[in-house]
Design a protein around this ligand. Structure first.
Ligand code: GLA
Length: 724
């Protein structure tokens, strides 16, 4: 997997190569990343040379402009005019510095990253290259870690900055990865969005200058997902070069693509430097989060499958092959804040016999929470609403063969709460301003240990004394007034990163002390949908928008990076609460079916036919479960490009497949079309039940199956394809 020959590092996965050259002046310079090439001398492959107006250096006896070197880890001020990978202010107070090779080692597996989620350390089929670079003044070292996941075609990357001097240093920038291409003939794909319309796919040509997406909201955010793809101009879902970059981090991130006057492109990904600085005392180290890079020659589907596979094989809880995603019914849209014991018992009764695994009680069960203006931080049961605590509720769940789940929003505090009365200084605030509320709530200062301890104890008490099998962990505002009373003046720049480390710490403690509880992430829907959260919580509520038609785009966009099993998707009531649209019950089920499935409605108000549909949808989901959790996902038709959307899952052994085709608005005199399938075995024969045909994989993939658009808005078709 990793080779070092002729001063060149070769990182080889099954289908990709990542190559770097150790130059004679001690610079670690990028050569190539893309489709696999053999381990052989590629010293001819570089554009070292002259750049007007730039300082020069000497490499192998020849002069070259510093700018023409493609630093794997760059600094500022010594002739590289691109944004530096690390910026450390030392004794002399200057940002000017330079990094040179000191040593390297190649190890099997990968060193564990403490305090932060990362791809698993103890795994076969993984090797790590560590290159230590030392700065020109001998003040600090940067260790660059490259872990090669051979089978998944993933290379992960991160840095450790260590103060090797006797005085204090300050880190101003520490990206997780810097990568170069010698051209900018790429399209960029990002996933911008907002609340209730997360991860909408956007594609555009890469301009000169610097293109940036980021978050400074304290969470990875609805607005931009920590992901970017670079593709060739002609890349589509099935063919062409597709590079994907993501970050295992839930806080403020930045991804930039910067093209210079020679069209050299630098891509960077990591903690957002605009909201970050870190003091590093003598002997201390700072770890950046881990970045993930992948390349596929098989278009965007190939890129996505690599990302899905590394998540399902190597990312914390997501990698647990025994894990079962429960089918839940959540009460939020069924009763909002108006829940109490009698209503909830009734709710449980109505779900009986449907096949549901878990009944989840959402917001409104604690403190004095009657609407959204109080009690966050008071994690004790509201005895006016639940005079018997949860005893009768849990008993009723068990009696009906179901389990009980509960909603928390651990990072928040309301002014109207006991916690606020006791600790008004625990919210994030700044002594000069009145803290700004959002949804009538403030954010707790999770950079403080005593705050985390308090919330841990409150949650632990509830979990210890009640049989709870599922937690929905919400976060319903972004941070303002950033800063912490616990940090001195010079350390305020550490706040955002310390906040997210505090969140990870609380989640780790709870998941460790309650290993059997299934945790689901949420942040006003999909506002913190990232690999950092997925490490602990194997699924995330994809969006507060549960409308089946809007969900086509949200789920399609999300699938670019994250596996289906990580997306929670529920069938909800109609007219839909977010869009007012009425869609067929079947469509709602078909769109949600390939994700982690459930319901967001009151069964009591459904017709007998609809109840029957629930039973059928659930039994279908059980049949598809293994396929959803382990199969390869293909996007077939994009809702961003037309009036319809289609996706397909194929089992790893290619024996089983499931296709969903959805239409938005219907048109008169519709044209039929052929839908070409993917991923099947060319020579095998497959039975397509719904069409009553048995044909070869080659025919299904090249001629396709006929689709006749129905004369009805919002209809879906599904196909089960099984090898005979
Ligand atoms: C957020 C979640 C919803 C629901 C509400 C409760 O918006 O995304 O699903 O839990 O909070 O307040």
């Amino acid at each position: 997997m990793i080779y070092f020959e002729n001063n060149t590092f070769y990182l080889q996965t099954e289908k990709t190569s990542y190559i770097m050259k150790l130059l004679s002046n001690g610079v670690l310079s990028h050569c190539y990343y893309g489709k696999k090439i053999p381990v052989e001398d590629i010293s001819f492959y570089n554009f070292l040379g002259f750049r007007s107006f730039g300082p020069k250096t000497v490499i192998d006896g020849k002069e070259a402009s510093v700018e023409s070197l493609l630093h794997e880890c760059s600094t500022f001020g010594r002739g590289v005019y691109r944004t530096p990978t690390v910026e450390v202010i030392g004794k002399e107070g200057t940002q000017v510095n330079d990094l040179f090779y000191s040593s390297h080692r190649i190890i099997s597996g990968k060193p564990k990253l403490t305090d932060m989620p990362s791809l698993d350390a103890e795994v076969d089929g993984v090797q790590t290259l560590e290159v230590v670079l030392r700065d020109i003044r001998n003040e600090y070292e940067v260790t660059v870690f490259y872990s090669v996941f051979e089978q998944e075609n993933i290379i992960s990357r991160r840095h450790t900055v260590k103060n090797i001097s006797e005085y204090d240093l300050r880190i101003e920038k520490a990206f997780s990865a810097t990568l170069h291409f010698e051209h900018r003939d790429f399209d960029v794909i990002t996933l911008p969005g907002s609340w209730a319309r997360e991860r909408q796919l956007e594609r555009f040509a890469l301009p000169h200058g610097k293109f940036v997406i980021d978050s400074c909201r304290g969470a990875s955010s609805h607005q931009y997902n920590p992901f970017v793809a670079l593709t060739s101009k002609n890349t589509d879902e099935h063919n062409g070069d597709a590079y994907g970059f993501s970050l295992i981090y839930s806080g403020n991130f930045q991804i930039s693509a910067e093209a210079d006057h020679f069209d050299v492109l630098q891509l960077q990904i990591g903690i957002n430097p605009d909201t970050f600085s870190w003091n590093l005392k003598s002997g201390e180290s700072f770890d950046t989060p881990e970045a993930i890079m992948t390349y596929s020659a098989d278009g965007l589907n190939g890129m996505s499958q690599n990302l899905h596979n590394v998540c399902r094989n190597h990312l914390g809880k997501c990698a647990n092959k025994q894990l079962k995603h429960p089918i839940v019914i959540n009460c939020w849209e069924a009763m909002y804040f108006s829940l109490d014991e009698e209503k909830f018992l009734d709710f449980i009764e109505s779900c009986s016999g449907m096949g549901i695994d878990t009944v989840v009680m959402d917001d409104g069960w604690f403190g004095q929470r009657y609407e959204d203006n109080s009690s966050l931080g008071d994690w004790f049961i509201n005895r006016e609403k639940f005079p018997n605590g949860f005893d009768r509720i849990i008993e009723a769940c068990h009696k009906n063969g179901m389990k009980f789940g509960l909603w928390f929003e651990p990072e928040m505090i309301c002014r109207k709460s006991r916690l606020y009365e006791m600790h008004p200084d625990w919210c994030i605030h700044n002594s000069s301003f009145e803290p700004l509320e959002s949804r009538n709530q403030l954010t707790l200062d999770f950079s403080r240990r005593e705050v985390i301890d308090n919330i841990y104890e409150q949650m632990h008490k509830i979990l210890e004394s009640n049989d709870i099998s599922y937690i929905k962990w919400d976060m319903n505002r972004h941070i303002a007034d950033a800063g912490s009373l616990s940090l001195d003046k010079a350390s305020q720049g550490e706040f955002y990163h310390r906040y997210i480390l505090g969140v990870y710490q609380l989640i780790s403690r709870l998941t460790q002390s309650h290993p059997d509880i299934f945790f689901e992430g949420c942040s006003g829907g999909g506002g913190r949908f990232d690999f950092g959260i997925l490490y602990y919580m194997p699924q995330i509520w994809t969006s507060d928008n549960s409308d089946a038609i809007d969900r086509l785009k949200i789920q399609y966009g999300t699938s670019l990076v994250y596996p289906c099993s990580s997306m929670t998707a529920h069938v909800s009531a109609c007219p839909n609460h977010q869009t007012g649209r009425t869609t067929p019950f079947m469509t709602r089920g078909d769109v949600a079916q390939v994700c982690s499935f459930g319901y967001e409605l009151n069964v009591k108000f459904l017709s007998d036919d609809e109840k029957q549909e629930i039973r059928a949808q659930i039994s279908k989901h059980r049949e598809l479960e293994a396929l959803i959790n382990q199969g390869d996902f293909y996007r077939l038709r994009s809702p961003f490009e037309g009036n319809n959307c289609s996706w397909q899952i194929v089992s790893a052994d290619k024996s089983k497949s499931y296709v969903m085709f959805a239409f938005a608005v219907s048109h008169a005199n519709p044209k039929p079309l052929h839908l070409k399938l993917c991923g099947l075995s060319e020579n095998a024969l497959y039975r397509v039940e719904q069409l009553d045909i048995t044909v070869s994989g080659a025919t299904l993939m090249n001629a396709g199956i006929p689709i006749y658009p129905p004369l009805q808005d919002y209809a879906t078709l599904t196909f089960d394809i099984n090898i005979v």
